[in-house]
Design a protein around this ligand. Structure first.
Ligand SMILES: *Cc1c(COP(=O)(O)O)cnc(C)c1O
Length: 431
């Protein structure tokens, strides 16, 4: 550690000298100057180094997820590595004709293929997908939604608010716990309500139990107006053909794009960074005519994704088609067996000389599958060590259970096991 140069007697050090004294932090000069200036202004020049550390902490950086929450909202949901070579890409160019092409021609059509849809487009996230569907298909008209589905998904996505912003009119049907197909039909038959669309919204992050009733997708699709289904979580196909061992039991109640469309939904909307395991994106898939209407709406231009996201989604779609599930980080962690995780935990504990191997449970997270717990294996160290672990060269996020800190192996990428060993070695063994 370099120390702050002694100021000339009675005077604080110059901003420039102080900034240069912390240059080993690697921050660019303007940020060193801010760290130094703030330290001098606070009357404590020695704070320059910790100010610089704070600036570094605020930077977007890789972290190790040891929380056991597979889709961690604060850690960017699905782990997704995008590395793309520098250079131009044919984002909106048809290489066969040399004419202008559409950015929606590539990744979206692969995703449409995977979920058995006629067509698809990609927008910024699922909230935008819902907004665009409503704006394009029900402007100034009524959209029927069950009172049991007027939910808040998290991060301020409230279905009634999105509806209002889209210019569609929300027409509530049924009650919180029970809604029947007849409730929708009454509104559809009422000319005052002017229903253009029935919207089904998956109760992603909560469950209503007990005396409940909701019509099936098929019943909703038979009401005579198009059905748009916000399935949220982005499971492509309930059969999970990319998994040689078949779908895990904890997915059994999760709606999937392919089956929802097969049951008659005209459109489905879902996120790219939940169970799909890709970058932040929203996908609208289904009937070609309705998808085209969405694509032609002026909002589509405002909500369109960039080439980085489309490139990542294209790679992901091809990986699904190759059924190379282990190359999709989400599915690799989701399907890891407790035996595999236990072997890794034992190796880490032996190498680090600290901690003990314990059974624990992982959760899907990201506002999906709220009641699902998946058996997992963790490393337990006594006391709350979260602060220490966050200060590791690659920050490690863990959770505290019963006054011990537990690192869940399921959400830790195997490639990071050595980094975990190194961080655990820094934890006092006495505890
Ligand atoms: C997560 C979720 C959303 C919001 O998705 P974003 O991609 O975060 O915009 C919307 N609807 C449902 C049902 C969801 O589960």
């Amino acid at each position: 550690m370099s120390t702050t140069p002694p100021p000339p007697a009675g005077r604080p050090p110059s901003v420039d000298a102080l900034a240069r004294s912390i240059a080993d932090t690697g921050l660019p000069h303007p940020l060193l100057v801010s760290a130094a200036r703030d330290a001098i202004a606070s009357g404590d020049p020695d704070a320059a180094r910790s100010n610089a550390a704070r600036i570094q902490q605020l930077m977007l950086q890789r972290v190790i997820n040891a929380t056991g929450t597979m889709l961690h909202t604060n850690l960017g949901r699905a782990p997704n590595g995008v590395s793309q070579s520098a250079g131009f890409r044919n984002l909106e160019l048809d290489l066969a004709t040399g004419e202008r092409g559409s950015r929606q021609a590539q990744a979206p059509s692969l995703i449409a293929n995977l979920c058995g849809a006629e067509a698809a487009i990609v927008v910024n996230n699922c909230a935008s997908a819902v907004m665009l569907i409503l704006a394009a298909l029900a402007p100034g008209r009524g959209v029927a939604v069950s009172r049991g589905e007027l939910v808040e998904i998290g991060g301020g996505f409230r279905v009634p608010d999105v509806m209002e912003q889209s210019g569609a009119t929300l027409v509530e049907v049924g009650t919180t716990n029970r809604t029947r197909a007849g409730d929708y039909r009454k509104r559809i038959d009422d000319p005052e309500s002017d229903i253009a669309l029935v919207m089904q919204i998956h109760q992603s992050n909560f469950k209503i139990m007990g005396f409940t009733e909701m019509p099936s997708t098929r019943a909703l699709a038979d009401l005579g107006v198009p059905l748009a289904s916000d399935i949220g979580s982005g499971l492509l196909d309930a059969a999970c053909p990319w998994l040689p061992m078949g779908p895990p039991s904890w997915l059994s109640d999760e709606p999937a794009a392919k089956q929802t469309l097969a049951d008659g939904a005209a459109l489905v909307a879902f996120s790219g960074d939940k169970l799909l395991g890709g970058p932040q994106a929203g996908i609208i898939a289904g009937n070609a005519e309705l998808v085209a209407k969405c694509a032609q709406h002026p909002l589509a231009r405002a909500l369109r994704p960039g080439g980085l996201v489309l490139g990542a989604l294209q790679e992901l779609a091809l990986t699904y088609m190759r059924r190379d599930w282990e190359a999709i980080p989400f599915w690799k962690m989701a399907m890891a067996t407790p035996d595999e995780l236990e072997a890794r935990a034992n190796t880490i504990v032996t190498a680090a000389g600290v901690g003990s191997v314990v059974e624990t449970t992982s959760v899907p997270g990201g506002g999906t599958l709220p009641t699902v717990e998946i058996p997992s294996v963790g490393i337990s160290i006594s006391g709350d060590r979260r602060g220490q672990l966050r200060a590791a060269p690659v920050a490690i996020m863990a959770r505290v259970i019963d006054e011990s800190t537990v690192l869940d192996l399921r959400t830790i990428d195997e490639a990071d096991d050595d980094a975990v060993v190194a961080a655990l070695r820094e934890v006092p063994a006495s505890t």
